[in-house]
Design a protein around this ligand. Structure first.
Ligand SMILES: Nc1ncnc2c1ncn2[C@@H]1O[C@H](COP(=O)(O)OP(=O)(O)OP(=O)(O)O)[C@@H](O)[C@H]1O
Ligand SMILES: [Mg+2]
Length: 247
């Protein structure tokens, strides 16, 4: 995936709010990249543009040789708040992408059953979202996002509403899913720890309008554990990232 020269200005009444300015970067197939930056710097705008949900003023998102101008079947996105439909059971929520995209039904039953087991939601398929905790709802959202077997998973602060312990569990779960599926993942987060635990590369953006300030490789072996968070390697990367954010 290539983002080339992304620019976006919002018009709010008579005000112009520049959100993105000349943002360019590439993500390799199977790579895990995190986007970090101060609140309001344009991270969601960028992720929504990558997903084909929000047009850019100029610049292009390329998925292979295809310019993205609308949502693509190869990409799915997970939002900060679980967006399960309250009137559908967990199982029916998870199956929704297959109703929208019948071509993805091949092998879907086994794939979904495996994912449900993997995230620990077995036995909860007939429950309704309000009967689940926030962490369980977000796990269901992850299974739904992977149900149609996309090649790219976009995540916009998916764990920020969760308590710190649940969040760490979810980080390790996401790492496992990435190791098992090797999907391309782009994660927007405010957490330096989360970014270092999960990423091959961290991209730090400037305050609004968002530009790229730093690209930092995270060359640490996987699977990464929470012990990593107290290692010298972790502190060295965290210091680089923090310096770029407060710069
Ligand atoms: N629809 C809109 N109309 C006007 N301004 C908007 C709109 N959406 C976003 N903005 C502004 O554009 C800037 C970037 O917004 P965006 O949501 O992309 O930031 P963000 O980096 O995701 O922030 P956060 O970390 O708080 O989620 C912000 O200043 C925001 O106020
Ligand atoms: Mg945002």
């Amino acid at each position: 995936m290539d983002v080339k020269g992304a620019n976006k200005v919002y018009r709010s009444g008579t005000d112009l709010v520049p959100a993105l300015s000349g943002v360019s970067f590439s993500v390799e197939a199977g790579e895990f990249v995190s986007l970090l930056g101060p609140s309001g710097c344009g991270k969601s705008t960028l992720l929504w543009a990558i997903a084909g949900l929000k047009p850019l003023d100029s610049g292009t998102v390329w998925l292979g040789t295809k310019a993205v101008t609308a949502p693509q079947p190869e990409m799915s996105i997970i939002f900060q708040e679980p967006t399960l439909l309250p009137w559908r059971s967990v199982g029916d929520n998870i199956a929704l992408p297959l109703e929208l995209r019948p071509a993805a039904r091949d092998g879907a039953r086994e794939r979904i059953a495996r994912l449900i087991r993997r995230v620990g939601l077995e036995g909860f398929e007939s429950r309704y979202p309000k009967e689940l905790s926030g962490g369980m709802q977000q796990r269901a959202s992850i299974v739904r996002a992977l149900a149609a077997d996309p090649s790219v998973l976009l995540l916009d602060e998916p764990f920020s509403a969760l308590d710190p312990f649940t969040r760490e569990d979810m980080n390790l779960l996401l790492q496992d899913l990435w190791l098992e599926t090797r999907k391309t993942m782009v994660l927007v987060t405010h957490s330096i720890e989360e970014a270092i635990l999960l990423s091959d590369r961290i991209i730090v953006m400037t305050p609004r309008p968002g530009r790229i300030r730093l690209e930092r490789e995270v060359d640490l072996p996987r699977p990464r554990t929470l012990d990593l968070l107290s290692s010298p390697e972790f502190f060295s990367i965290a210091a680089d990232v923090r310096r770029a954010i407060v710069h």
